[in-house]
Each structure stands twice: as C-alpha cells, then as structure tokens.
Design a protein around this ligand. Structure first.
Ligand code: NAD
Length: 264
C-alpha cells in the first residue's frame, strides 16, 4: 500500500489506540509534520514516531476536545508551526456507561455527547475555517484544500445490542455520522473532503480486557463474521486511505470497517 501522503496531520486522541495507530499509518505513508492532541500525554506515540522517522516534526498539545477555546487555539498553534492542516482526524472519544435511558443520569449523558459529538464539531469547525484559507496542495483534479476524517463507530449506524446498551455512546456516534454528512455536503463544493470512519470492535487494550471469558462482551466477539477483532493498524490504514488521493471520490461516507458485523 502506498498513498504518498505529503502534508500536515492533526490528530485528536493521539495518545492511545486508533489515534496512535493512525499516526503510525500516516507516517508510513509519508507524513512528517504532526499535531498530536490528547487530554493525556502522547509520549508513547511521539517516542515511537521519532524512533522510526528521525526527520519527523511533532507538536504535542494537551487539551480536552470539549473545550472550545483550547481547540481554536490548537488549530492556530498548528498553523503557526506548520503553515496549514491537510489531514485531520477527529478521533478522541469515550465509551460512557453501558446503560439504557432509564438508568443513565444527565451528567453522564451530557459528558459523552460533549466529548464524542460536540468535541468533533468544535474540531471540525476550526479545521474548516483554516482549510478554507489554504490552497489545494497540487493542481490534480483529485486534490483537496484539506481532508477531515471523523471516528464514529458501527454504533453510529446501528443500535447497540441488547447485551451492550450503550445509549449515550450510540446517540453520540449517530450524531457524528449526521454531522459528517451535513458538512461534507456544505464544504465539498469548496474543496474540503469530509468522511466518517465506522469501526467495529478494535483490539485496543480496553476492548480486549472487556471481552474476558464469561463477560457479556465476549458474546460480541463471537458475532463478528470475520471471527476476530480489528487490529489497530488496520483501522489506522483506513484513515490513511480516506486521506489519500486513492479515495478522492469518497465524500461524506460512513466508511464501515467492522469485519462484517453490521451486514448481519
Ligand atoms: P482509546 O481510549 O485507546 O483512545 C482514546 C484517546 O482519546 C485516549 O488517548 C484518550 O486520552 C483520548 N481522549 C478521551 N477523551 C478526551 C477528551 N475529552 N479530550 C482529549 N482527548 C480525549 O480508545 P480508541 O478505541 O482508540 O478510541 C478512539 C475512537 O474510536 C473513539 O472515538 C471511539 O469511540 C472510537 N471507536 C473505538 C472502537 C473500539 O473498538 N476500540 C470501535 C469503534 C469506534
């Protein structure tokens, strides 16, 4: 796989899991300028990237994606450092409690929406405002001013199973799919490509530990037609593809990478 990505990446939730592996995939495809954002330190991601690519430039930004001023400032800082933003991944997210509507309280519900939905919207708004100011990288008909990928979930497309009643999470991720479609339509004519990525179960440490023998989540693993969880690297590669010229006609898509879970 070679997508020859040249430009500046901005990734939220870059300290762990999908965000971390998306950074590795983008670097493998040629990206050498990164803004890596997370509410926790991104030390491991930075160490690995610098070890593999000594010529890499990384701006580390610690913030909460639900903080409007911090997000706007992070885009300003990235542009001050690197001049533009080509590949944005709005990926920071939380699972919230496995509760149905009658069980969940207001604060828990609102926090999941604040991070997973409002956080993505705040990032996307700041990125769009910047991308509208920058030119396309090349004069190829496939080129964009910038590309944005939002990490939704297969639970942004289907309801949660009876075993795993993640009401707030499913609500927040359906909203990310809707936001992606609305802004993809509004900004495609102005040269910005926006897509959602809808992974199924990914083998992050948290998911693996939650699927221990005898847990309700173990039943979920058995239902995946491909009979395994996604490797983080595979999902990272989907991000690289969605940012590449190879997906130039893919606009506003809810890109499913779920081992066949949602076609059942
Ligand atoms: P993860 O917990 O490994 O990584 C999430 C990262 O986001 C962490 O580094 C965390 O510190 C950061 N983060 C959380 N809240 C934040 C906030 N308010 N501000 C800034 N950073 C914050 O989880 P992951 O599995 O890599 O999840 C990444 C995204 O993928 C999430 O949006 C998640 O909903 C989605 N997703 C995950 C799976 C899965 O099976 N793991 C499946 C579908 C979708």
């Amino acid at each position: 796989m070679a997508f020859a990505l040249k430009g500046v990446a901005y990734i939220t939730g870059a300290g762990s899991g999908i965000g971390q592996y998306a950074a590795y995939s983008l670097a493998r495809q040629g990206v050498r300028s990164f803004a890596l954002l997370d509410r926790n330190p991104v030390t491991k991601t930075v160490t690995e990237l610098k070890k593999a690519y000594p010529d890499i430039s990384i701006k580390e930004i610690e913030l909460d994606v639900a903080n409007e001023a911090a997000i706007n400032d992070s885009v300003d800082q990235t542009v001050k450092e690197f001049g533009r933003i080509d590949y944005a991944l709005n990926n920071a997210g939380i699972g919230g409690a496995l509760k149905t509507t009658d069980q969940i309280d207001m604060d828990d519900f609102q926090r999941v929406l604040a991070v997973n939905t409002t956080g993505v919207w705040l990032c996307q708004r700041a990125q769009i405002r910047q991308m509208l100011k920058q030119e396309k990288r090349t004069d190829s008909y496939r080129s964009y001013r910038g590309s944005i990928v939002n990490t939704a979930s297969m639970y942004g497309l289907i309801g949660p199973t009876l075993n795993v009643p993640s009401t707030a999470y499913a609500t927040s991720k359906h909203a990310v799919v809707g936001l992606t479609k609305a802004d993809a339509i509004a900004f495609a004519p102005r040269g910005i490509k926006i897509n959602a990525l809808c992974p199924g179960y990914v083998a992050t440490p948290l998911v693996i530990s939650s699927m221990s023998a005898g847990s309700v989540m173990e039943d979920e693993r058995v239902k995946v037609p491909i009979q395994r969880l996604a490797e983080m690297e595979e999902i990272g590669d989907c991000v690289a593809w969605l940012h590449s010229d190879a997906s130039s006609y893919v606009v506003g898509a809810s890109t499913v990478a779920d081992g066949g879970f949602t076609i059942q």
